[in-house]
Design a protein around this ligand. Sequence first.
Ligand SMILES: Nc1ncnc2c1ncn2[C@@H]1O[C@H](COP(=O)(O)OP(=O)(O)OP(=O)(O)O)[C@@H](O)[C@H]1O
Length: 246
Amino acid sequence: MIVLRNLNLSYENTKLLKDISLNLQGGKHLAIIGESGSGKSLFARALIALFSQNYHLNAEEFLINEKNPTKLKNKALQEFRSEVALIFQDAQNSFYPYLNLGDIFHIVLKTHTNLNAKERKNKAFECMQTLGLKDLELLWHSFAYQLSTGMARRIQLALALSSSPKYLICDEITTSLDKQNEEKMIVLLKELKKNLSLILITHDFRLLSLCDEVLFFEKGKAKQFKAQEFLNSQNAWLKAYREIYA
Ligand SMILES: Nc1ncnc2c1ncn2[C@@H]1O[C@H](COP(=O)(O)OP(=O)(O)OP(=O)(O)O)[C@@H](O)[C@H]1O
């Protein structure tokens, strides 16, 4: 369950997120939508308290799975981030370029689990297989530059799943994929949502239909709706969006 009351984020003297509240029951899925620059990606990072010192994040109430990430440090914060995994918008550039995927899996799994080297590789292969990835030995020795966008997204998903998260936050996971890979990603998300709660930042209406709730962002503020209620509403952004993509 996620309970947020009046979450605020500022950078030095600039307010970036203002009084955001959210109530997401366990097992429910959330779509985060709104115009570009309205604060969606900042909010995703706020959920795992991923900011440098110049940012100031606070909330009157901030509980995800009974934990407040702003109060956690070091190992406890790492553990929290394995329960609440975030896949960044720019998946391909989120890999360290000089390490192959095997090394990256080892680092991630060392950080988030107590598995030994052999168990880490088995776990990584299991996650990659779940996501329909093939030629795993070859992938294990590959570098990020060798991956297509769709493949990079799947590897990021596999890395996130390797620490068995309860929440999976995906920032624009279908953007810049070709039609076939978009469809494959949607099928995958449908499958994943059986075992975890999805939080999807998206402009894709098909992803909205996977979700129960909507958090609509506008200029650093947000309002929560039931997904169906939002889709039936006269929301101006929704109307404009439908006109563009109809
Ligand atoms: N350190 C900062 N100082 C000032 N403004 C910032 C800072 N960090 C982010 N911003 C601004 O905050 C706003 C929200 O950014 P964010 O990336 O969350 O938008 P978004 O809704 O995810 O947009 P998009 O859909 O294009 O990805 C942007 O206008 C961005 O320029």
